[in-house]
Design a protein around this ligand. Structure first.
Ligand code: ZN
Length: 462
């Protein structure tokens, strides 16, 4: 059977790439390899998505749905005998309603395009992350992406009002609710949000927009202890009257990496503090917001919480502070990074990182670097262990055992915002009980009994 020919008959010649064309495409962010698949289908409509799924299911061919390929857990990896379903030809922003404050978009729309479209209506889609130009809203919904403003607005899940989804058998379930309050039974969209392409294909989204903030205040702060950092979070949240929009933390090694020229930016404050915080507040009144923000920093300084602070004086300063935080790609230089995305109680973090730091040399030798950063208000840390490339295969499982093993004592999460994919599947039981995993498998069985959709990702089939 000629898969490419059959799919072309369904959705047109230009809608399908063959295996050789697929192999010219990158496998995604931070990946040296290219895609593999029997074919890549890129339908233009929901009906075409349904047609592809119906046909693949009838032929016993499994389907891997892909968004912008910015995920970090191998959730979108495909095998040479599978079909990739890409939503790249479904990129329409179908409508923005400034009164209801909602946007209706097709799944292939990028985060940045929606942010820009909302902006023209003086509205905002406030979820933000470094991959905004490439990450698609369908992919972000399927993985429940987080990012830098979760502390104020929540995860992708919290911004979705409704979804249109195609099931494995081609059934189109339109659940395009536009109401904030709609307590009418099971909230079916939640099944698909964070399901990583295993339960259905998201084709259209109804998203909640917010009023666009008119002012931004930022500071870059140095602190003498972890305890001060935790106190500063409470202090700023309390002092800023609900306008705190980011509280991004960095341990000293990461700050040094991103603030050392020529690759890093010039440091806004000296490099000798053990901890750093980027604080952002967004409001609506220039004069009042400046006053409130500066007072909050000043009182933190007087209370001995803050050791040093640089307050942004311009839009360029704000951009500069965010560039420091977002320069995570510098961990790729000088070694191979093993990247983690964990959640744990704030009160456990300092001990956890110190224990990890002291256990690493025995596990993988002293030739490594440890970088820690994260979203303190969300209890989410990104831990990065950089090792010499030659050591990577041996070091990776040892570092995983340390990082994940350290979480089991207090049921931390092996994934705060990146998802499970293939990479974290072996560790799922640290964060989820056997009853929970069994129920997930039952849901998978009901919605996709033939195991067509992204098989083997997130959970094994029953
Ligand atoms: Zn993050």
């Amino acid at each position: 059977m000629d898969i490419v020919k059959e799919l072309r008959a369904l959705i047109g010649a230009s809608g399908v790439l063959d295996a050789a064309e697929v192999a010219t495409r990158s496998a995604g962010a931070f990946r040296p390899d290219t895609l593999k698949a029997a074919a890549l289908a890129r339908p233009r409509t929901t009906e075409e998505v349904a047609a592809v799924l119906r046909w693949c299911r009838a032929q016993g061919i499994s389907v891997v749905t892909q968004g912008g390929l910015t995920g970090l857990v191998h959730g979108g990896d495909a095998q040479p005998d599978q079909v990739i379903l890409s939503l790249e030809n479904m990129r329409a922003i179908e409508g923005i309603d400034p009164v209801q404050r909602i946007a209706t978009v097709q799944a292939g729309v990028t985060l940045q395009s929606l942010q820009e479209a909302a902006d023209t209506h003086a509205l905002a889609f406030p979820l933000d992350l470094g991959a905004r130009g490439t990450a698609t809203l369908g992919g972000m919904a399927a993985t429940n992406a987080g990012g830098n403003r979760v502390i104020r607005y929540g995860m992708t899940r919290d911004m979705i009002l409704g979804l249109e989804v195609v099931l494995a058998d081609g059934t189109v379930v339109s659940s395009l609710n536009s109401l904030i309050k709609n307590n009418t039974g099971y909230d079916l969209k939640q099944l698909f949000i964070g399901s990583e392409g295993t339960l259905g294909v998201i084709t259209r989204l109804l998203l909640r927009l917010r009023e666009k903030p008119l002012t931004t205040n930022m500071a870059f702060i140095g602190l003498d202890s972890f305890d001060s950092m935790a106190r500063l979070l409470k202090h700023m949240d309390r002092s800023l009257g609900g306008t705190l929009s980011a509280f991004e933390v960095m341990w000293q090694d990461f700050y040094k990496l991103v603030s050392t020229p020529p690759r890093g930016k010039t440091p806004p404050i000296p490099q000798d503090y053990p901890f750093y915080v980027l604080v952002e507040s967004q409001g609506a009144d220039r004069e009042l917001d400046d006053q409130r923000f500066n007072n909050a920093i000043e009182s933190a300084y007087e209370a001995g919480i803050v050791a040093d602070a640089a307050i942004a004086q311009s839009e360029a300063d704000c951009q500069g502070f965010w560039t420091l935080r977002d320069s995570v790609e510098l961990v790729l230089e000088g070694g191979a990074p093993i990247i983690f995305d964990i959640s744990l109680p704030i009160g456990e973090m300092d001990n956890y990182i110190n224990r990890l730091k002291s256990a690493l040399p025995e596990a993988i030798g002293s030739d490594h670097r440890l970088f820690v950063l994260g979203h303190l208000g969300d209890g989410n840390l990104h831990v990065i262990v950089q090792v010499p490339p030659a050591d990577y295969p041996l070091a990776r499982p040892r570092v995983e055992a340390l990082v994940y093993g350290g979480l089991s004592g207090f049921r931390g999460s092996v994934s705060a915002e990146h998802g499970i994919g293939l990479e974290k599947k072996p560790w799922l039981s640290i964060s989820r009980s056997s009853e929970e995993i069994k129920l997930m498998k039952m849901v998978k069985k009901i919605l996709d009994c033939d195991n067509v959709l992204n098989p083997g990702k997130l959970i094994d089939s029953m």
